[in-house]
Design a protein around this ligand. Structure first.
Ligand code: SAM
Length: 236
């Protein structure tokens, strides 16, 4: 089983290695966020296993069982996951389940939305003299909720899966020392034609996200880098 990172949105942001594997595999078990253009016209069977907020898709154990059964049936299997398989995507659980079943698993890294979504919006996560570190975290309640770090003026905070419970974690920033005027950016559907970018501040982020009708998937960037002039073109 090839555990392949699909990249952050646009089909051509997959790696060459990942794409070559899709082009030659028998079957792909795919996440909801993978762009269907990746397998368009290819003679490959597609099994949707996607999970989106409020929709649980295939249970994780069923995904493990399906991957193991397909591999044992002699199929060349691609497990295609959004972004990078080992960044907040349960890819490592799948790799461990395959190993426990004695099924060889090869990991092909992907371009994570954690840094690609900001880049596609012209926001660098580090910038000399502004930020020299970044923290990436999940705000998903099932992952234990957002483990927000205290404010560090030299570090950028990147929040994944933070749309649905934004009313929980955005107001908590002030109590952790984040200044009210600190820039915040949301990048929604990064890399797709309908990508949208919302630029706001800690004080206004929750109200602004409501007014923007922000939807998942989106990445939040909290820090001074989100207030730099756009570094590059905003829309793909
Ligand atoms: C389950 S995590 C998977 C992350 C993935 N493994 C990665 O490395 O990008 C899903 C979250 O990634 C972010 N995400 C993934 N694709 C995105 C996109 N095209 N635009 C904006 N955010 C995206 C969102 O925060 C979404 O809730």
């Amino acid at each position: 089983v090839y555990l392949v990172g699909a990249g952050p949105g646009a089909a051509d942001l997959i790696t060459l290695r990942g794409w070559a594997l899709i082009a030659t595999a028998d079957i792909a078990v795919v996440d909801a966020l993978a762009d269907p253009a990746l397998w368009d016209g290819l003679p490959i069977e597609i099994v949707p296993a996607g999970k989106r907020a409020g929709d649980h898709g295939m249970a994780q154990d069923d995904i493990h069982a399906a991957l193991i059964a397909l591999a044992r049936a002699g199929k060349a299997v691609v497990r295609l996951k959004g972004g990078d398989p080992f960044v907040l995507g349960r890819g490592s659980e799948e790799a461990l389940a395959l190993a426990a079943a004695g099924v060889p698993c090869v990991v092909v890294p992907g371009v994570s939305a954690a840094f690609a979504a900001p880049a596609l919006a012209g926001i660098p996560l580090t910038h000399r003299g502004v930020a020299d570190a970044f923290t990436v975290l999940s705000a998903h309640l099932a992952d234990g909720g957002p483990a927000l770090p205290p404010f560090d003026p030299r570090a950028t905070l990147v929040v994944l899966m933070g749309v649905a419970n934004r009313a929980l974690w955005l107001p908590a920033l002030a109590g952790l020392g984040y200044p009210a005027d600190l820039p915040v950016a949301w990048i929604e559907w990064a890399g797709r034609p309908h990508q949208r970018v919302l630029r706001t501040t800690v004080a206004h982020a929750a109200v602004a996200a409501d007014a923007f009708a922000l939807k998942s998937p989106a990445v939040a960037v909290v820090g001074a880098v989100a207030g730099l002039p756009p570094c590059g073109v905003e829309a793909p």
